[in-house]
Design a protein around this ligand. Structure first.
Ligand SMILES: [Zn+2]
Length: 307
């Protein structure tokens, strides 16, 4: 197999796996697969499927949060995530880790939290930890620990996640100001659940370098122009959008319009545990559905490896 383009044209996943890829939209505790969990004696009934955002939240609460809150469970989840990266040809992963783990598991001890994260090292895989700030569980009292984590300079970036605009953006402006001031990779989940107005609001409020999803930006050309002007990168996960009903089909996925407009995009997996679709599947689905050409997909792959 000469190159990635040829691998795509062959439509064989085993060919795609051999080529290096980056996954810049990955959530650390939701990115292993179910087989890995059952191999580690964590069984999730087959009937527990994720079909929309509320079933996703229920699944996470029921099966993953209890694991995440103790070191053994957390270690299993993270090992599963990174083994998945290794087995699918991911060479760079930006993975979101909930700052509340530092509170709940490490009793606010940042040194111990970082020491734990630092134990995950694999040849051929660059792990970049992103501080995951869930809007849903945010309280003002958490701002200090988040700023301290940012100032530790250990983390590669920050990312605002979960229900869009459930908490006013004002609550997070200072956190983004501090992170941008030390040139961290600032990301924000936006434009998945809410429309282009909210994407615009997040761009203006946070000045982020990257937007997770952002697909509803296609509703407003001026916001697309703003994002293009600011060179914002969109980390897009088509299967996640399809399963959670934010895109009607792969064939009609907004990524095509975004690429045609000249926006910077990468492909990510979001939550392999829920969506059962690895990074190779994401490339392959877009190729098979003729959303993007093999050349365009290869350019996206190469671009994501430069970030
Ligand atoms: Zn996400």
């Amino acid at each position: 197999m000469k190159d990635f383009i040829e691998a795509l044209i062959s439509m064989r996943k085993d060919n795609l796996i051999k080529f290096p890829k980056a996954d810049l939209h990955n959530h650390a505790v939701f990115s292993c697969d179910r087989d890995y969990l059952s191999d580690n004696n964590i069984d999730i009934p087959k009937s527990e499927a994720v079909t929309d955002i509320s079933s996703l939240i229920n699944f996470a609460r029921k099966y993953i949060k209890p694991l995440q809150n103790n070191i053994d469970g957390l270690t299993t989840l993270l090992n599963g995530t990174f083994e998945k990266c290794l087995s699918t040809g991911v060479k760079i992963v930006d993975t979101d880790i909930d700052y509340k783990i530092c509170i709940q598991v490490f009793d606010y001890n940042i040194k111990n939290f970082i020491g734990f994260l630092n134990t995950f090292k694999y040849d051929g895989l660059k792990i970049r930890w992103i501080i995951d700030i869930s809007r849903d569980s945010y309280k003002d009292e958490y701002e200090n620990i988040i700023i301290d984590l940012i100032n530790s300079r250990y983390f590669y970036g920050i990312d605002l996640t979960s229900t869009e605009n459930i908490v006013s953006n004002k609550k997070f402006v200072n956190i983004y100001r501090v992170a941008n001031s030390i040139n961290m990779v600032t990301k924000v989940h936006a434009g998945e659940q809410l429309g282009a107005d909210y994407v615009r609001q997040c761009i203006l409020d946070f000045n982020p370098k990257q937007i997770q999803h952002g697909i509803r930006i296609i509703e407003d050309k001026n916001t697309m122009l703003l994002a293009k002007d600011k060179n914002i990168i969109f980390n897009i996960c088509p299967t996640s959008n399809l399963i959670l009903n934010y895109s009607p089909s792969i064939k009609d996925h907004p990524i095509k319009q975004m690429v045609d407009f000249g926006l910077n995009v990468t492909l990510g997996t979001d939550d392999i545990l829920f969506f059962n679709s690895d990074i190779n599947d994401e490339y392959l689905k877009l190729y098979k559905s003729k959303v993007l050409t093999a050349e365009q997909l290869d350019n996206i792959r190469k671009f994501s490896l430069t970030l």
